[in-house]
Design a protein. Structure first.
Length: 225
């Protein structure tokens, strides 16, 4: 595990959706791609889930997924998390991923308190592995996000990233249900050469450079939890 602090420069594109109501967890499967991130820059692509809430001290959140960054990793895709307690990118290089892999991420809490502990989990090796647990100024319910996030001073190619089987947890001890069109949702749209396609609102979708397909690599991690 490696910790890297960085403040990215402006230039963001958010391709995905945020719930308009509060939930206690989000789970889904995300595909790993190989974007043309510029090296030696603050550019990055991250496909991730997030729990967030506005607090008296500002926005608090926990996110996790995979990323490729221009400042670290030498062009590799890496499992990562970020939280507002540490305000650091945390990379988990013990989990070796590559383009074509499909990995499961679960952001959730089992607490219903003023400051709940939120966890980020990765399905790997036929079991759930805890990436991090953070006590945040968020209750047992938060707004939840699913995004392909792109940052760059100049546009660069992002092969199509697919996300599917996305479900929400209704309460800290509640059941999972698909994130479907019945869930009040603020959905994004494509922008500046990046396209967003909803295959099934909002549990299956894809995003990336318009007209650019996924890199054809034999898929690796595919097992279902």
């Amino acid at each position: 595990m490696q910790r890297v602090k960085v403040t990215p420069a402006p230039g963001y594109h958010h391709l995905g959706a945020t719930t308009a109501t509060r939930w206690s967890g989000v789970i889904g499967r995300i595909e790993v791609a190989d974007p043309d991130v510029h090296t030696d820059t603050y550019d990055f692509v991250a496909t991730r889930f997030m729990a967030k809430a506005q607090t008296r001290d500002g926005l608090a959140w926990l996110e996790a997924g995979w990323t490729e960054t221009g400042w670290s990793g030498q062009g590799r895709q890496r499992i990562y998390s970020y939280d507002t307690n540490r305000q650091s990118w945390i990379f988990y290089d013990e989990y070796r991923i590559q383009p074509g892999d499909r990995v499961w991420i679960f952001i959730q809490t089992e607490q219903d308190s003023e400051r709940a502990a939120w966890q980020a989990w990765l399905w790997w090796g036929e079991k759930w592995n805890l990436l991090t647990s953070q006590e945040l100024a968020i209750t047992g319910r938060a707004l939840l996000e699913q995004y392909v996030e792109v940052h760059g001073d100049k546009a660069f190619a992002v092969p199509t990233v697919r996300v599917d089987s996305v479900a929400l947890q209704d309460g800290p001890k509640g059941a999972l249900r698909y994130w479907d069109a019945d869930v009040p949702t603020t959905a994004g749209v494509g922008t500046d050469g990046y396209c967003l396609t909803w295959e099934s609102r909002y549990s299956a979708w894809s995003a990336g450079s318009c007209g650019l397909s996924s890199v054809q690599v034999s898929p690796g991690v595919q097992a279902s939890p």
